[in-house]
Write a protein that binds this ligand. Structure first.
Ligand SMILES: Nc1ncnc2c1ncn2[C@@H]1O[C@H](COP(=O)(O)OP(=O)(O)OP(=O)(O)O)[C@@H](O)[C@H]1O
Length: 295
C-alpha cells in the first residue's frame, strides 16, 4: 500500500500480513509512518494506492459490524474527564452488544475489564483524576471493550511503571493465546517488541525493511558476537563471527585458565539500529516490492 500527504510520499510500498492470534510489533524511527499505517488499516485514513484487507474487508468500505470487531488504542483518552472509569466502559460497551456472536460475547463485562487492566481500585474514580499511567490503562480498556478480533495498539506502554508494563505484557499474551486476538502494536521499546511479539516489522523510509522474529532479524544483519573472558587475571574482549568455533579453540588451548566467560549476541537494539542505518545509507533497499496488506 502507498500513502501520500500532499506531494510527499510517506509510505512507498508497505506489504504486511498478520495471522489470526499473532502479535506483530511495528518498529521504526519517528516519522517513519507507523501511525499512518495503523490509521489506514483501521479505516480512519484513506490510502493513496494499493490493496488492503483487514478481517477480509477493505477498510475504506468497512461497515459498523466490521468496526465492532476492531479495537484501537491510539493516543491518550483526554475527553470525558467527568465520567467515572467503570461508567465510561459500560457506556461504550453498549455499542458493541448487537455485534456479539456465539463464540465472542460482546462487550466485556465492565468489572471484568476494569480488573483485566488493573484499575479495580479506581473503578469509580473520575477520569480527570487518574494518573498518566492509569489513564493509559484506561485507553487499553477502551480499546478492548468490544472484545476485538483485531487490536491496534499505538505505543501502548508509554508512561507505564515497570509493574504496569509487566501486567500489560501478560495481558497481551493472554489476549493472543486465550482469546485468539490478533494484535498489531507500535513501540519504541525494543525489549518490549522482542518479549511480546511473534514477529517484528521494521518500517523505515516508508517501506518495510525487515520482517521476521528477533532471531531471524539478527541473522539478516552481519552478526558479530562479543566474547568476554579472563585468563591469568587479565580480561579479554573479542568480536567474533562464530563464537562456538572460537570457544572450541579457546578451550582446546587454555581449558584450565579461562574464567568469567560471557558470550553476547547482537541484541534486538543492535540489529534494529544496524538495519535502519543500512537503509538510510542506501546499503539496504526494501524487504519486498509488494504492496498488499492483509491483517
Ligand atoms: N495529516 C498529515 N498531513 C501531512 N503529513 C502528515 C500527516 N500525518 C502525518 N504526516 C507525516 O507523515 C510522516 C509519518 O508520520 P507518522 O505519524 O505515521 O509516523 P510514526 O512512524 O507514527 O512516527 P512516531 O514514531 O514519531 O510516532 C511524518 O513525516 C509526518 O510528518
Amino acid at each position: 500500500m502507498r500513502m501520500r500527504y500532499g506531494s510527499t510520499d510517506v509510505l512507498h510500498g508497505v506489504d504486511l500480513h498478520a495471522y489470526r492470534g499473532e502479535v506483530l510489533a511495528l518498529l521504526g524511527p519517528n516519522g517513519a509512518g507507523k501511525t499512518t499505517t495503523i490509521e489506514i488499516l483501521e479505516g480512519f485514513r484513506k490510502r493513496s494506492a494499493g490493496e488492503v484487507r483487514v478481517l477480509g474487508v477493505d477498510p475504506d468500505r468497512g461497515d459498523e459490524a466490521w468496526q465492532a470487531r476492531l479495537g484501537v488504542v491510539l493516543q491518550s483518552w483526554r475527553d470525558h474527564g467527568r465520567w467515572q472509569v467503570r461508567e465510561l466502559l459500560a457506556h461504550l460497551g453498549r455499542f458493541y452488544r448487537p455485534y456479539g456472536t456465539a463464540e465472542r460475547q460482546r462487550p466485556y463485562d465492565p468489572d471484568e475489564l476494569v480488573a483485566l487492566v488493573g484499575l479495580t481500585d479506581r473503578a469509580n474514580a473520575r477520569i480527570g483524576t487518574l494518573s498518566g499511567g492509569q489513564r493509559r490503562r484506561l485507553d487499553v480498556a477502551v480499546g478492548l471493550v468490544g472484545k476485538p478480533d483485531l487490536l491496534f495498539l499505538d505505543e501502548p506502554t508509554v508512561g507505564f511503571d515497570p509493574q504496569a508494563r509487566q501486567d500489560f505484557h501478560e495481558l497481551v499474551r493472554r489476549l493472543s493465546d486465550l482469546e485468539d486476538t490478533t494484535i498489531l502494536l507500535t513501540t519504541h521499546d525494543l525489549d518490549e517488541a522482542e518479549k511480546l511479539s511473534d514477529r517484528i516489522l521494521v518500517l523505515a523510509g516508508g517501506r518495510i525493511v525487515a520482517n521476521g522474529t528477533a532471531a531471524e532479524l539478527a541473522s539478516q544483519v552481519s552478526g558479530q558476537a562479543e566474547v568476554r573472558f579472563s585468563r591469568g587475571g587479565e580480561s579479554y574482549v573479542r568480536s567474533v563471527q562464530d563464537p562456538t568455533a572460537f570457544l572450541r579453540e579457546l578451550f582446546a588451548d587454555f581449558t584450565e585458565d579461562i574464567a568469567d566467560l560471557e558470550v553476547r549476541r547482537a541484541s534486538l537494539a543492535d540489529v534494529y539500529l544496524t538495519l535502519v542505518r543500512e537503509f538510510e545509507s542506501g546499503l539496504r533497499t526494501e524487504a519486498s516490492q509488494l504492496s498488499e496488506v492483509t491483517v
